[in-house]
Design a binder for this molecule. Structure first.
Ligand code: 0X9
Ligand code: CA
Ligand code: ZN
Length: 324
């Protein structure tokens, strides 16, 4: 369980109960589906929020994912905040209502349930990052999920081939069941040859950053990233960052990564995918483990950015004055 001072965070079981309660209370706008299982057999779930939630309507879809990294527990709270906000404010808040009426919102609140539970199992934090998949020929456990996605996997010194390292990329792309499950889910949203998911945010901690692709190269443009693509990414990213006070930049400015989710979502699926590094800005304020007293403020802090992304999802290029 979470240590003292952190019990406001949700364990996997607590999050499941909270989510199931919301699904029971708001069945017309919130649906839950199991999209697969983690290495240790926990359910990986996707929530759908939309008016007429049971129907696949022809509306832009938006994906929010959280908790690739075990110790980044604040990101699960971010996902739960969005679920609470979108359900409880539907019908009363104009912007929320409009978005549920005209978008299909997917939330995958926990990509790494095994790692998350391992991190709190002893009652003290284990500082765990990866999943809990064993590695053949090694006593070291775990793959870094955010180096395991199947786009430019292992290409560029942005991950490690050593199972003992924190950024171990795994033996092959999508070797982690959690990555495979979510990749397959995203591919399942290709309908009539078109990817329905237009935009996405993957939540991490910490550093207070809004990041966009690519992470595998310092180049702003190149194969798979036109000047317009880059400019739209940057315009939307900078506007979101102006709303939450984070720093906007191309993810490779932070450091080179290969096999990260946003590079795959854009490079392979052409989804306008961002990575948010949430509170705090530096290790002084608790690093990966800020007290539960900050949860309400630091999740609500991203409300405006999330609404902006939803609102732009019918045509991201509008951000650079190019409607299609
Ligand atoms: O290294 C990571 O995966 C992210 N930082 S964290 O401290 N949450 O582990 C940053 C990823 C930046 N690169 C991309 N988003 N591509
Ligand atoms: Ca749809
Ligand atoms: Zn992370």
């Amino acid at each position: 369980d979470f240590p003292q001072g952190y019990t406001g965070y949700h364990t996997y079981d607590e999050a499941t109960k909270e989510i199931d309660g919301l699904v029971a209370k708001y069945p017309d706008i919130l649906g839950k589906q199991k999209i697969g299982t983690s290495h240790e057999g926990r359910d990986i779930i996707a929530l759908k929020l939309s008016k007429n939630v049971g129907k696949d309507e022809k509306e832009p879809e938006v994906l929010f994912t959280a908790h690739q990294h075990a110790r980044e527990h604040l990101t699960v709270e971010m996902a739960l905040y969005l679920l609470g906000e979108f359900t409880s404010k539907y019908g009363s808040d104009d912007r929320v209502t409009k978005m549920l009426d005209s978008r299909e919102i997917w939330i995958i609140p926990d990509l790494n349930p095994d790692g998350g539970e391992f991190d709190i199992a002893s009652g003290d934090f284990a500082m765990w990052r990866k999943n809990r998949q064993p590695n053949e020929g090694s006593s070291e456990v775990g793959t870094d999920l955010n180096r395991n996605w199947d786009f430019k996997w292992g290409c560029c010194d942005g991950s490690s081939g050593d199972p003992g390292d924190e950024t171990y990329r795994g033996p092959s792309a999508a070797s982690a069941p959690e990555v495979k499950v979510v990749s397959d889910f995203v591919r399942s949203r290709v309908v009539g040859g078109a990817q329905q998911i237009k935009t996405a945010i993957d939540f991490h901690t910490y550093s207070e950053l809004v990041l966009w692709p690519f992470g595998f190269t310092h180049d702003e443009t190149g194969p798979g990233m036109t000047q317009d693509d880059h400019d739209a990414f940057a315009a939307i990213g900078k506007k979101m960052a102006a709303s939450n006070g984070y720093t906007p930049e191309q993810s490779s400015e932070l450091y080179i990564t290969d096999g990260a989710i946003d590079d795959w979502l854009w490079g392979d699926q052409k989804v306008f995918a961002y990575t948010f590094e949430m509170y705090p800005s530096s290790s002084g304020s608790g690093g990966f483990y800020p007290r539960d007293s900050v949860i309400a403020k630091e999740t609500a802090r991203n409300r405006e950015a999330v609404l902006q992304l939803l609102e732009t999802s019918d045509c991201p290029y509008r951000a650079i004055g190019k409607e299609d």
